[in-house]
Design a binder for this molecule. Structure first.
Ligand SMILES: Nc1nc2c(ncn2[C@@H]2O[C@H](COP(=O)(O)OP(=O)(O)OP(=O)(O)O)[C@@H](O)[C@H]2O)c(=O)[nH]1
Length: 203
């Protein structure tokens, strides 16, 4: 009975969202256009998400929306006024399709593999507003790889109205279901050229 119930809950559309709308000020170049694998990060992440998702969207800022208008790539444009940061992408996705669940990933996690996504999907608890991993210190949720359920949408709206804009805070406030990642190294963010060079030397 339990598994039947969770199957019914999981019958909602699951979309992918690759966050590429950031400013990349620390990197000095658009992080989503960096190439660590055969394709740049925005395309590589799309390939990783595709097997799990009905449609994979790129979460873009308004300038990128103009540049990518003819790309054929499904886009979600930041639509929340005065909100800069990844939460704008997540909120805008729910605004577009409130009834869908969203598998959201940042573009700057080049070590992610399907092993981590398999674990997230296998550990999904759709009775909770979100499922995510503990980050490298093992105490807090990693904010930019998470599966957000439709039930989180009103909670996000309330939080933003109260002036809270951090996805990590959202996961904590909403009592997200948290998992231990199969390999915490895969959650590494590469935000600046020093980290990028260190990664190259490491690999
Ligand atoms: N759609 C959207 N995505 C964002 C926004 N800000 C950040 N992101 C994405 O969220 C992820 C994490 O971004 P951060 O590293 O915190 O910020 P950033 O702007 O990319 O980089 P910095 O300017 O160096 O802080 C990346 O995948 C970004 O592309 C935003 O305002 N809108």
């Amino acid at each position: 009975m339990e598994s039947e119930t969770s199957n019914v809950r999981n019958a909602v559309v699951l979309n992918g969202l690759v966050l590429i709308g950031g400013r990349s000020t620390r990197m000095g170049r658009d992080k989503s256009l960096l190439t660590y694998h055969e394709k740049n990060q925005r395309e590589h992440m799309t390939d990783l998400l595709s097997p799990y998702c009905d449609t994979v969207f790129w979460s873009v800022n308004k300038q990128q929306a103009l540049e990518l208008a003819d790309s054929g790539q499904p886009l979600i444009v930041d639509a929340i006024d005065n909100l800069v940061g990844p939460l704008n992408g997540i909120m805008s996705a729910f605004k577009t399709q409130p009834g869908a669940a969203w598998l959201v990933v940042a573009c700057d996690m080049p070590l992610l593999t399907s092993r981590t996504f398999d674990a997230l999907l296998a550990g999904r608890n759709s009775a909770k507003p979100a499922t995510a991993f503990y980050d490298s210190d093992g105490r807090f949720p990693e904010p930019l790889l998470a599966l957000w359920e439709p039930s989180v949408w009103p909670l996000l709206q309330e939080a933003v109205a109260a002036g809270r804009y951090s996805p990590r805070q959202m996961l904590m406030l909403t009592d997200a279901h948290l998992l231990t990642p199969p390999d915490v190294q895969e959650l590494l963010n590469i935000n600046d050229p020093v980290a990028q060079v260190a990664l190259k030397h490491q690999g």
